[in-house]
Ligand binder design. Structure first.
Ligand code: ATP
Length: 355
């Protein structure tokens, strides 16, 4: 194993790690990392996802999303739904079925259902506190649903992610705050999991870090400390950290990335940079080096209109713990759904109530 960078134990046990880092949650055999967390982080690195016939039979389920909750469906989304509904689940990577989650007495998720298919770029929007970050954490296996199912590549996940519960899909999670380790430089932050968990020599990790940083449009910042970076650069470093991988292993790049408010707090131009970066890392895009992106599907939780317009193709609207509307991005501003209209206009009048 390559020797890890010199990291004070206190840093590795940083309590904010569970909610603060843009780590790709990787697989088993990382006692150091796992020991620092209040939950087990094992199985998210996982095998390549098989979406062939075996998965089809395992995932077959009626309909798309929770149609009973949808107040509206335009012809565009209806035809899209119909295409997708015709008994074809072979390309479903992630499915939430009637997911419920409470914190104490607070019922946050109250029956969330949707599917994310291979190749999709999906946004989750909705009022503050409606459970958007919570559903990402449930998908990532950081929170267990109280009721309902999370199905990853046709396989039901039981509770939290663990080594024994290999889900079959590599999932990366980029949290709202880039939350880099302050005491580590950019190279150590980006290469963190490789230093900790791989057998790669330090020199090779350094090369992979440089390549990955170049792919997100950052060159020559390896030795800088996080305090020397702008907010947008920190977000890009966090993205690099979520996509770097050990290229000697059979398991390769993450196939799905979950972004929690990746453009929060950025100015409009820095937001555009990050939005384009998210697109470029998708299989339909090209990274800063002109190489095809590697992310099969991604989900973005966002409040920003620019991110909705620029970074995603389909939207799920979460309100009071349920998906109350879904449609293509271009339908968002023309929707006649009063909840969507109020949210899009920012009006104080309407069904969404803020206490
Ligand atoms: N670990 C937790 N313990 C207790 N309450 C929690 C926990 N995580 C989230 N909550 C509560 O659950 C609700 C939903 O939180 P969540 O962060 O998912 O909302 P959100 O839709 O992402 O909000 P925002 O748009 O403001 O980021 C909030 O009231 C929050 O305080």
């Amino acid at each position: 194993m390559a020797s890890p960078p010199s990291v004070p134990a206190a840093t590795l046990r940083h309590p904010g790690l569970q909610v603060g880092c843009g780590l790709l949650l990787r697989s088993a055999g990382e006692p150091c990392l796992r020991a620092t967390l209040p939950f087990r982080l094992g199985g998210l690195s996982l095998r390549k996802c098989h979406t062939g016939a075996r998965a089809v039979s395992a995932t077959r389920s009626p309909g798309l999303g929770n149609a009973e909750n949808l107040r509206e469906g335009s012809s565009l989304s209806r035809s899209w739904d119909l295409d997708r509904q015709i008994g074809d689940n072979h390309d479903v990577l992630i499915e939430c079925r009637d997911v419920h989650k409470s914190f104490g007495d607070k019922r946050v998720l109250q029956g969330v259902s949707f599917k994310i298919r291979r190749g999709e770029a999906v946004g989750i929007i909705g009022p503050s506190g409606t459970g958007k970050s919570t559903i990402l954490k449930v998908i990532a296996g950081l929170l267990a649903p109280d009721k309902g199912e999370v199905i990853i590549c046709g396989k039901k996940r039981n509770g939290l992610v663990s080594d024994e519960d290999i889900s079959g899909l590599r999932i990366g999670l980029v949290f709202q705050s880039a939350a880099l380790f302050d005491s580590l430089n950019v190279r150590e932050n980006v290469g963190f999991l490789l230093y900790e968990n791989s057998n790669l020599p330090e020199e090779r990790i350094g090369e992979l870090v440089a390549e990955t940083l170049a792919a997100v449009g950052l060159k020559g910042v390896e030795e800088r400390m996080p305090s020397e970076l702008s907010g947008g650069m920190k977000k890009r470093v966090a993205l690099a950290r979520s996509i770097i991988y050990d290229d000697t292993k059979e398991t390769i790049e993450p196939e799905a990335l979950l972004y929690d408010e990746p453009t929060a707090g950025l100015d409009p131009i820095a937001s555009t940079v990050v939005e384009d970066l998210i697109r470029s890392m998708h299989v339909t895009g090209k990274d800063a080096l002109g190489k095809p992106g590697k992310i099969a599907s991604y989900v973005v939780v966002t409040h920003q209109h620019s991110t909705i317009r620029r970074a995603v193709d389909r939207l799920l609207f979460l309100h009071e713990g349920k998906v109350v509307w879904e449609g293509m991005t271009q339908e968002f501003t023309t929707s006649t759904n009063p909840i969507v209209q109020q949210f899009a206009s920012g009006s104080l009048d309407g069904p969404i109530r803020y206490i």
